[in-house]
Design a protein around this ligand. Structure first.
Ligand SMILES: [Zn+2]
Length: 255
């Protein structure tokens, strides 16, 4: 069934040859089973990523029904169990591993170290910076994304090659946005993020690497910004530690 199942994406050169096997051999940890995370996990399950871990400690409430992976019948269920059930029903050939816990200082390194790449799909600034720190120290690539009303952002960080989240936000925690979630915006951000994950796993160029994509539905634009390494970054160290000595400019350009 698998060769026919993935036949449409196999028409794309990057997925042909051993591309599908690369995906089946890969493992991705998704932190956050809400709107962005749930759309994204469907995309990865659809593509046949072999192992998908889902980390979330919350229970499905009515407000979570804006995430397409949670149904009314899941109210009161752990979000990771709701997500695991749907993903297994959608693609029985993949492994889905639930982590019914908040990512914290005690477990972040142990959980993240089990996966090839991490998806950060939470708005919580403390969690975002903890995941950034753990991924940089463990050398794990990670994709981050969030939305704020009609605006969404997404980026791809490759530790010691691109600037990290702390380079972008400095010593302050990023702001905790509270302007609500619009499912269409979340789906678009999830699509950008999941495509980056697949490009990385397929050894294809990752368009979002070292950049921040800003999707703005209010004026129908997508911008990309090259992130700049912060020389006094406490997380990824001085620039001399970087493999890539190329300067990261702060030029903006339309895409
Ligand atoms: Zn940094």
């Amino acid at each position: 069934m698998n060769s026919e199942r993935y036949s449409r994406q196999a028409m794309v050169p990057e997925f042909s040859g051993d591309g599908q096997q690369k995906l089946e051999d890969a493992s991705v940890l998704i932190i956050g089973a809400s709107s962005i995370g749930s759309t994204l996990m469907f995309n990865l399950a659809s593509a046949g990523v072999g192992t998908i871990g889902v980390a979330d400690h919350n229970i499905v409430g009515p407000a979570n029904l804006n995430a397409p992976i949670h149904f009314e019948e899941d109210l009161g269920t752990l979000k990771v169990l709701s997500a695991t059930r749907k993903l297994k029903a959608y693609n029985s050939m993949i492994n889905v591993i639930p982590h019914a816990t908040a990512i914290n200082k005690d477990n972040a390194y142990e959980i993240i170290s089990q996966y090839d790449i991490v998806v950060l799909a939470v708005n919580n600034p403390q969690t975002a910076m903890l995941v950034n720190e753990a991924c940089v120290e463990l050398g794990k690539p990670f994709v981050h994304g969030k939305t704020n009303g009609f605006v969404g952002t997404a980026g791809f960080i490759l530790p010691h090659e691109t600037p990290c989240l702390a380079c972008f936000y400095g010593k302050e925690l990023p702001p905790e946005d509270n302007y609500g979630s619009v499912s269409g915006v979340s789906s678009t951000i999830a699509a950008l993020m999941s495509t980056s994950v697949l490009q990385y796993l397929l050894d294809a160029p990752v368009a979002m690497k070292g950049k921040l994509f800003i999707y703005n539905c209010e004026d129908a634009t997508i911008e990309k910004i090259d992130l700049t390494h912060r020389h006094d970054c406490d997380i990824c160290g001085p620039k001399s530690d970087f493999e890539d000595e190329e300067d990261f400019d702060f030029d903006e350009e339309d895409v």
